[in-house]
Design a protein around this ligand. Structure first.
Ligand SMILES: [Zn+2]
Length: 83
């Protein structure tokens, strides 16, 4: 597990949320977060699959369903590719 902002692994426990989930704090950038809120990095195989589906002109909603990535992540990914 790493920091969602800077990917640092210098993470310390920092109490709990109202719902009893452990809260963490990054020692490098001071970002606070709960474990569930950290986004999983999208692996290379999934990215390649997405590239293939995009070539097939599959609608974004379908790509989200097939690959399990979030729509927001997909939109950011597209933006990066078009730069
Ligand atoms: Zn950080």
């Amino acid at each position: 597990m790493g920091c969602p902002r800077c990917q640092s692994t210098a993470i310390i426990r920092y109490g709990h949320t109202h719902y009893g989930k452990p809260r963490f704090r990054c020692r490098d950038c001071s970002r606070q977060f709960v474990e569930n809120a950290t986004r999983q990095p999208i692996d290379e195989a999934t990215r390649q699959l997405i590239d293939k589906l995009l070539l097939e002109e599959m609608p974004l909603a379908a790509i989200v369903r097939v690959t399990g990535v979030s729509r927001r992540w997909l939109q950011l990914y597209l933006k990066q590719k078009n730069q």
